[in-house]
Design a protein around this ligand. Structure first.
Ligand SMILES: [Zn+2]
Length: 636
């Protein structure tokens, strides 16, 4: 029973932790701890008299990295404590930190094991003022016993250079095949895709730099949109479902069946400041989130939500308005769905009855609820100072349905639930940029195409592909708006990437005039059978499968094909879930060349910070030299 504790401890028996193994040991401790709890619960062991070994842990991941002055919460947990007055010392590179640390929140009996005593100290909003590798040491003394944990933290220097902007376009689940499918459908209209060449690429393809991003979570290979959002927004990995926080030992006390009574255990976790919060708090950046999802959904909530479970959308909305690291609201622009999180709050759903839309209006936000209201807003100098756009409850409808196209027979007809007048993502993006860039202050904006993921979960190919086209149009419209605004595009780093992949692959082209033609192989359909005969080279696997290219048309010239053509793209889904494949990124603007290569998703955060705080002139010259060295490569 005592095996579970002590693996990371430098105890009075002389066992010591080592920095490299600490994360792994910590995980072992957690797993063994869970096993122990289950045993104790099932067998009702008389463990009150058993004194567990004293163990201490610092609740930071092994490779924790921060910017100078980026605030984070330092939580130290001790288990196997015998005295409630057990004391803590924290050393930074061997020196006492007590004089510089804020006074901690001190709690005991935190974990679900109420037969044993544990104690935790949470120091809120700690930061390092200098760069370098720091060694943190936590020493807990309990009577005559003591235990120590150590961890290292990498701190990157940040000093704002120029007033540069960041525009991050995130296609949820937009892996390589998803970009390919959107290109094949959108850029093949009117025979613009012939002999294997496109006349034009997608807007997102035209950015000059490409990278690949590894998306693994702290606790698993296949991530979700919350832990991936935390990676790019706060520079650190966390566990599945978590936003802007690290796990702690009260998490298991959150009960989804009793949310209001137990949510304190999901909201009390050690938090890390996001780049949106950091830039607003320190430099007065204008901040924004624009999405086709509920604005409290995992991806937009990555920029300003702090909870161990993404399910607490009403609390995330409250965090946006009250600010967690900022004094006042976290964002100057919020646009998307999720209206109910702001205007129909009750004791049951959110623990308060506030009208957050009204509160934001009283703070100077312009509030719009329809596409018509949005498009009636002026741009330029008379654009609103701050903006809240809530166009629907839940997630917004997808592009295919907003366009009024007829869904294929294997996809459901849309339900707008009365919200018939919803904007497209490009319209939202252009208005957001008008608001954010109005006062000449630098800005950071997230634009999410959310239903690429949501439709892929359902294996709805039309819903998903046309949403990827909508997302790409937002990339084009956003860059065009910045280009019109004189120097803004040249001072804006534009990134287009995904948070994680899903399982769709491109299977080919289908002739829809063949009876029973298959345009979308859905999971859990049987895996495709092998080619009929390698001798005849017959590759037909599905009814209607055809060689050659698709023949999409865009008769009304709105940039979206009508999907009434004969030869259409065929795709297949292996699952209705995320996958662990790395995702592509394209980049343009100052410092874009930093994003070439293969790297972890947390590096996105530090690369964005580098672009803002270091001189990228040589890199930017190299990128323009690259453009001059083209041979007969097709010049898109
Ligand atoms: Zn998803």
């Amino acid at each position: 029973m005592k095996r579970g504790a002590g693996t990371i401890v430098e105890s009075d028996t002389g066992r010591s932790s080592n920095d490299e193994g600490e994360g792994e040991s910590l995980m072992k401790t957690l797993f063994l701890g869970v096993a122990f709890l289950i045993l104790a619960g099932a067998l009702r062991l008389p463990i009150a008299s058993a004194q567990g070994s004293l163990a201490v842990s610092i609740r930071l991941p092994e490779r924790c990295r921060l910017l100078t002055d980026q605030q984070f919460d330092l939580r130290i947990e001790a288990v196997g404590v015998t005295h409630v007055d057990a004391s803590l010392r924290v050393l930074l590179d061997g020196a006492e930190m007590s004089s510089v640390l804020p006074s901690p929140e001190v709690t005991s009996d935190n974990d679900a094991a109420n037969t044993t005593l544990d104690k935790a100290w949470t120091f809120r909003k700690v930061a390092f003022s200098s760069a370098g590798t720091k060694t943190l040491q936590a020493i807990v003394s309990d009577g005559t016993r003591s235990a120590t944990a150590r961890t290292r933290i990498g701190v990157q220097s940040f000093r704002l250079q120029d007033k540069r902007n960041i525009l991050l376009f995130l296609g949820d689940a937009m892996g390589t095949a998803y970009r390919d499918a959107a290109r094949l459908v959108a850029q093949s209209t009117n025979h613009r895709f012939r002999e294997g060449f496109f006349d034009e690429l997608l807007h997102m393809d035209q950015l000059p730099v490409t990278g690949m991003v590894m998306t693994y979570a702290l606790d698993r290979v296949v991530p979700d949109s919350a832990n991936t959002a935390s990676a790019w927004s706060m520079g650190n990995k966390t566990i599945d479902g978590a936003l802007g926080v690290f796990p702690d030992n009260t998490d298991s006390r959150f009960d989804p069946a009793a949310v209001q009574a137990t949510k304190q255990f999901a909201l009390d976790n050690p938090r890390v400041e996001t780049l949106w919060e950091y830039l607003k708090r320190r430099y007065g950046y204008k901040t924004g989130i624009v999405t086709t999802a509920d604005v409290t959904d995992a991806t937009p909530a990555g920029a300003g939500g702090h909870t161990i479970t993404r399910s607490l959308g009403y609390d995330i909305a409250r965090q946006y308005v009250d600010g967690v690291f900022t004094s006042g609201p976290t964002f100057d622009v919020i646009m998307g769905g999720g209206k109910e999180r702001f205007v129909t709050r009750t004791a049951e759903n959110s623990g308060d009855a506030r009208n957050l839309a009204a509160e934001l209006q009283s703070l100077g936000y312009t509030y719009v609820q329809t596409r018509s209201e949005l498009n009636a807003l002026s741009g330029g100098p008379s654009a609103p100072d701050k903006m809240l756009g809530l166009f629907r409850t839940g997630n917004m409808n997808v592009a295919y349905d907003k366009l009024g196209l007829t869904r294929p027979s294997d996809e459901p007809t849309p339900d707008f639930e009365g919200f018939a007048d919803q904007p497209f993502l490009d319209e939202m993006t252009v208005k957001a940029l008008a608001v954010l860039s109005k006062q000449g202050r630098p800005f950071i904006l997230l634009v999410e195409g959310a239903s690429i993921d949501k439709q892929s979960h359902l294996n709805h190919a039309a819903g998903q592909i046309w949403d990827t086209i909508e997302f790409d149009r937002a990339v084009g419209a956003g860059r065009a708006a910045l280009r019109r605004n004189n120097h803004t595009l040249s001072s804006t780093l534009v990134l287009v990437t995904a948070d994680h992949d899903q399982s769709m692959t491109i299977l080919g082209v289908t002739d829809t005039t063949v009876p029973g033609a298959v345009q979308n192989v859905r999971s859990p359909s049987a895996y495709p059978s092998a080619p009929a005969s390698p001798v005849t080279k017959s590759r037909a696997t599905y009814p209607g499968e055809s060689d050659g290219f698709p023949d999409y048309a865009d008769a009304n010239g709105d940039g979206y094909p009508e999907n009434t053509n004969r030869f259409r793209l065929t795709v297949g889904y292996r699952t209705g879930a995320h996958t662990g494949t790395s995702v592509p990124l394209t980049a343009g603007g100052p410092g874009a060349l930093l994003f070439t290569g293969y790297y972890d998703q947390t590096d996105l955060f530090f690369k964005m910070a580098t672009v803002l705080s270091q001189n990228t002139a040589a890199l930017d010259r190299a990128l323009s030299e690259k453009a001059k060295l083209k041979g007969v490569e097709q010049n898109y």
